[in-house]
Design a protein around this ligand. Structure first.
Ligand code: FE2
Length: 136
């Protein structure tokens, strides 16, 4: 099994965003490895819990940056955040209810995270570099 990794293609060039993304990918990697072994149900739940906490915190930071820079696509990006966070929260709830979270679901979260970075965060990073000189 190869877990989708945080590669250079995923770097946005915004240091604070990339640092957060790297942490999220480390958690997703841990989640995939734990989900691979069905015996580690508690560990899977712990990774999902941490992923949700870190994701919500990161999304809140990004949304503040979007607001501060008058990002024109803020609402669409925010909806994407809510959709992803809702999905992670649902998986966490089910894991806490005792459902076994299997590797394909963990990999799906990883793929969705990659999709979010490429579709939503890369354009945001371009905007931030143009509007906030400190990010250039
Ligand atoms: Fe985002």
């Amino acid at each position: 099994m190869t877990t989708p990794a945080f590669t250079d293609a995923l770097r946005t060039g915004i240091t604070s965003i990339d640092a957060y993304h790297e942490r999220l990918f480390i958690l997703v990697d841990g989640l995939c490895l734990a989900a691979q072994d069905g015996a580690e149900r508690a560990r899977v739940g712990d990774f999902i819990d941490r992923l949700l906490t870190q994701t919500l915190s990161h999304f809140a930071e990004e949304e503040m940056e979007m607001q501060a820079s008058a990002y024109p696509d803020l609402e669409r990006h925010r909806r994407a955040h809510h959709a992803f966070a809702d999905e992670v929260a649902t998986v966490l709830r089910e894991a806490n209810d005792g459902r076994m979270i299997v590797l394909p679901e963990a990999l799906d979260l990883a793929r969705r995270l990659i999709g979010h970075v490429m579709v939503h965060d890369q354009p945001l990073a371009i905007h931030l570099r143009q509007t906030l000189p400190a990010n250039a």
